[in-house]
Write a protein that binds this ligand. Sequence first.
Ligand SMILES: NC(=O)c1ccc[n+]([C@@H]2O[C@H](COP(=O)([O-])OP(=O)(O)OC[C@H]3O[C@@H](n4cnc5c(N)ncnc54)[C@H](OP(=O)(O)O)[C@@H]3O)[C@@H](O)[C@H]2O)c1
Length: 295
Amino acid sequence: MEFNSSAVSGKTQVYCLIGDPVDHSLSPAIQNTAFRSAGMDAVYVPFRVRRKELKDAIRGLRAIGVRGFNVTTPHKSHVMRHLDKLDPTAREIGSVNTVVASENGMLTGYNTDGIGAVKALQDAGAPLNKTALLFGAGGASRAIAHALARHSKSIRLVNRTQSKARELERRLRRKYRIDVSHHALLRTRLRNLIEEADIIINGSAMGMDGRADLPIEENWLNRDQWVMDIVYRPPETRLLNLAGLAGARTLNGLDMLVSQGACSFELWTGRAAVIAEMRHAVARESLAFAHAKNS
Ligand SMILES: NC(=O)c1ccc[n+]([C@@H]2O[C@H](COP(=O)([O-])OP(=O)(O)OC[C@H]3O[C@@H](n4cnc5c(N)ncnc54)[C@H](OP(=O)(O)O)[C@@H]3O)[C@@H](O)[C@H]2O)c1
């Protein structure tokens, strides 16, 4: 990533990412490209913050006056108790990935994973007002479920741990009064659910490097469907590969990563992000990461 260190001065606004690990994060490429494209004197830096240092790290970020920061694993829920205000949806989801610092230093937590995923689908032309099947009930899936619930006719939830899917179903039904149900992650039950869905989203970690894959088959998918996988390592998962073979329209985890990053940028700056350039930067970084891993 090109970076002009001589352009940084005492007036440069600082934004950052906190998490552990952060060394392979694509967010610096996304956000520094967004700042550069917007002609802003701002920089975005990743910081490794261990669990036991989270409280001190937040105090430090307040003290030095960062303008905003992203939060990633393992701090997305623990960070909430150290903030001054929470967006109601972030509170409901129990997960914050974006923090905005106001002029007077007040820290407000948001979650852009859900709106980012839904925006990526909308921008691609997916019909959101139909039936969606969502795999996962972790932080990202909960965020996506809440964002989808504002548009979908029905949502089917599938998760390895059924109690988490049941709890998500209960919350969605109470808040949005939509048709929502949860189902076991069982190969024998999945075929019908997949065939009946208009939009299929993998919001779980299945298919991620080194993890188990979704137990599905190519002939369960069809060309009228939209399939999104939020896993971005690898960018082309088995699910997306099967969806492509079936002729379905696909979005990958990098599409969502850019979209949720654009939502963070907009919360921090009040400006629209230049998505095309951010996408280009993230594709370049992701390729460099894959080359480094394979060499
Ligand atoms: N593209 C993006 O912008 C973006 C943003 C956020 C996250 N992500 C990716 O999304 C994935 C989930 O992130 P998260 O923050 O939601 O994580 P999380 O809170 O830890 O949730 C993980 C989810 O994956 C399921 N899971 C994990 N391993 C599994 C396995 N072997 N078999 C079946 N289910 C399994 C979990 O099921 P249980 O409930 O049964 O444990 C849970 O539903 C990760 O790959 C992450 O990198 C992408």
